[in-house]
Design a binder for this molecule. Structure first.
Ligand code: PMP
Length: 363
């Protein structure tokens, strides 16, 4: 199998083979323009339509109501950790509620504390970030400015499989590692964000979906570049955007719509892949130990350990010889992480499963 197909990296990660082929073509020459995508002006009509179609495709995939705006921004998901409290918490007397469920939600908290009061609604650290709160378990404050959580903790491989929060409080969600991997009701969220480099495309562009009414409460002391209103008014071309990254994201949305057939179909495929890997982990408990509590297992990032550091080292070395890449766990957690984003094929997951079974038998 092609090595790109065996890329289990946590991100930037695997992209569909057809998208890579079209990108290669576009780097040589975008057929309808006759120029390399790397040299096409962001002020061209062609690029304005690339942005518009990307936004339309995302709105279609998510059945977005008309009062939501789709923005394509820079600065990664990390910049959203600041832009969100700057918009929703600055100059306000209320608190923002944060669920601290793993590495990335922990990173989102200090920037918010610079803008106002933060309440940690739930903290999973004592349990080693292996599980998540149930919706009914959380006591929400109705006067909070917003509730922030991460739908899929990429490092620990834990994922919410139900909606949390209260409709009376603006829900804000970092969906960086499971955006467009499954259907969900976007109308229950005030703001959703996701960088591209997992399921949407290459690094460099970050998707923000925002309920327009939220912008009415923007404070008046925001730098323009950090003000969603400026990006909305400029149709995501406020300054020079990452033209290539946005173009590839467009190709991925077309793939999702036309080749896969939408998010319900994508979800069904993703569930099969995750079930295959978790079955190997469960059937070979003497060798593999899953990190996540069963009910919060991620469909995107399958995180597990082996009994010893030496076995993990041998596992990674033999996996690399076979052609697999990106399997080393996040530097903060260690172990193994198999990221099986949308573009990861069934065949590649089956090959990894076979490798894992053989490895367990050999030892
Ligand atoms: N949130 C989540 C859930 C992530 O997985 C990551 C990175 N993998 C980030 C935020 C940070 O994203 P970026 O590097 O684009 O700033």
């Amino acid at each position: 199998m092609n090595r790109n197909a065996l890329n289990f990296s946590g991100g930037p990660g695997v992209l569909p083979a057809t998208v890579l082929a079209q990108t290669q073509q576009a780097i040589a020459e975008v057929p309808e323009v006759g120029l390399s995508v790397l040299g096409i002006s962001h002020r061209s009509d062609w690029f304005a339509e690339v942005v518009a179609e990307t936004e339309r495709n995302i709105a279609q995939l998510l059945h977005l109501p008309a009062n939501y705006a789709v923005l394509l921004l820079q600065g990664g998901a990390t910049l959203q950790f600041s832009m969100i409290p700057m918009l929703l918490l600055r100059q306000r007397q209320c608190v923002a509620d944060y669920v601290r469920s793993g590495y990335w939600s922990s990173k989102s908290i200090p920037p918010a504390q610079l803008e106002g009061a933060v309440r940690i609604l739930w903290d999973g650290e004592l349990n080693g970030f292996r599980n998540l709160p149930k919706a009914a378990e959380l006591s929400y404050s109705k006067d909070a400015a917003y509730l922030h959580y991460v739908s899929n903790e990429t490092v620990e491989g834990i994922q919410f499989h139900e909606l949390i929060g209260d409709d009376a409080v603006a829900r804000v969600c970092d969906m960086s590692s499971d955006m467009l991997s499954r259907p969900f009701d976007a109308s229950r969220f005030a703001l959703i964000y996701a960088h591209a480099q997992k399921n949407l495309g290459p690094a460099g562009v970050t998707l923000v979906i925002i309920r327009r009414e939220l912008l009415e409460q923007a404070p008046n002391n925001l730098p323009e570049m950090l003000d969603y209103r400026a990006h909305l008014a400029a149709h995501s071309i406020y300054n020079t955007p990452p033209v290539l990254a946005i173009y590839v994201t467009l190709l991925v949305t077309r793939w999702l719509l036309h080749d896969i057939g939408g998010l319900a179909q994508m979800d069904a495929l993703n569930r099969i892949k995750a079930a295959m890997l978790y079955a190997v982990i469960d059937e070979h408990a003497e060798m593999y130990c899953g990190h996540a509590a069963r009910e919060h297992r991620s469909l995107m990032n399958v995180v597990f350990t082996l009994p010893t550091f030496e076995l993990e080292r041998d596992f990674l070395q033999q996996a690399a010889e076979y052609g697999f890449s990106g399997l080393k766990g996040h530097r903060s957690l260690g172990g193994i992480r198999a990221s099986i984003y949308n573009a990861m094929t069934n065949e590649a997951v089956a090959a990894l499963c076979q490798f894992m079974v053989d490895f367990a038998r050999r030892i």
